[in-house]
Ligand binder design. Structure first.
Ligand SMILES: [Fe+2]
Ligand SMILES: [Fe+2]
Length: 285
């Protein structure tokens, strides 16, 4: 059976965590930098959210996943069952059960709060968004990593490996953001500001910080844990419903795990560089 341990050799979690921590620490230097960091992070994260279902569609359409035990070979396609284990990560992403809105809408509520905390108008936020020219390449990388041809088992499994790594590292990134942004500043101005504000939706009212905590913190198990388990289960089903060995599936998926490690490290290092440049400009001004 494939487990997360099979992918240790494909990524260095300590290095990725260190890049994430270091960027978050740079971000809490001022309300403007916190807002800037989170605008970039929300846009980067969004590229994952809308890409997952495209991979599910590809797997569902494929004829590569078949149950060898069925009596009638023409009735053996199990692509949708494999896809379901990837799709589980998307369900709440499109509609959070407590608020009835998508995770993206929840993320915008947090950005609204951070803009208010930094005293930024719509025009000022627009300038922050216009100032960025490096993120499109990275969101494109993520979208491409979720792409596969339905006739290529190798490509689909590689994309499933990327997804599995995104869901495991995903829990870490939210837990790191939570501990540095919120837990570390709980009693300070930012903690108080968050506690005093609410994000209101037709189905429920939550903290603006809700989008972060639902993904998991160091003390709570968020949605990412279930997504990660299911993503690994998808790889086990891929082994069961294809004629290649488990070792081959791990090797193909490992390529996707390595891609995730690359883009994740690159994103956090690049956003930290932008934070540094921005802080330098503010000092100079
Ligand atoms: Fe999410
Ligand atoms: Fe997830």
């Amino acid at each position: 059976m494939i487990t997360l341990d099979d992918f240790q050799a494909y990524l260095n979690a300590d290095d990725i965590n260190a890049a994430m921590k270091s960027a978050c620490q740079a971000a809490i230097a001022s309300p403007e930098l916190m807002h800037l960091f989170m605008e970039r992070f929300v846009k980067y994260s969004a590229s994952y959210s809308h890409s997952v279902p495209t991979l599910c569609g590809t797997i569902g359409r494929s004829e590569q996943f078949c149950d060898p035990q069925v009596a009638i070979a023409r009735h053996s396609n199990r692509g949708m069952d494999v896809a379901a284990k990837v799709f589980s990560a998307s369900i709440e992403e499109f509609q959070d059960p407590r608020t009835g809105v998508s995770h993206r809408t929840l993320a915008y509520a947090l950005l609204d709060a951070l803009a208010a905390y930094a005293g930024l108008s719509d025009a000022a936020v627009e300038r922050v968004m216009q100032a960025e020219s490096w993120l499109d390449d990275m969101t494109q990388f993520v979208q491409d990593a979720y792409q596969a041809e339905p006739h290529s088992l190798e490509q689909m499994v590689r994309a499933m490996g990327f997804h599995a790594a995104a869901e495991t590292i995903g829990g870490n990134e939210f837990s790191i953001i939570n501990s540095i942004f919120f837990s570390g500043q709980r009693e300070g101005d930012f903690g108080q500001f968050i506690k005093q504000h609410k994000a209101r939706f037709a189905a429920g009212t939550v903290s603006p910080w809700y989008w972060i905590v639902i993904h998991g913190t160091s003390t709570t198990e968020g949605v990412e844990l279930g997504h990660a388990d299911d993503a690994i289960q998808a790889l086990n089903l891929a082994t069961r419903y294809s004629s290649v060995s488990e070792g081959q599936i791990v090797a193909w998926a490992g390529q996707g795990v390595r891609q995730l490690a690359t883009i994740q490290t690159r994103f956090f290092q690049r956003v930290q560089q932008e934070l540094r440049e921005h802080a330098g400009l503010s000092v100079a001004a």
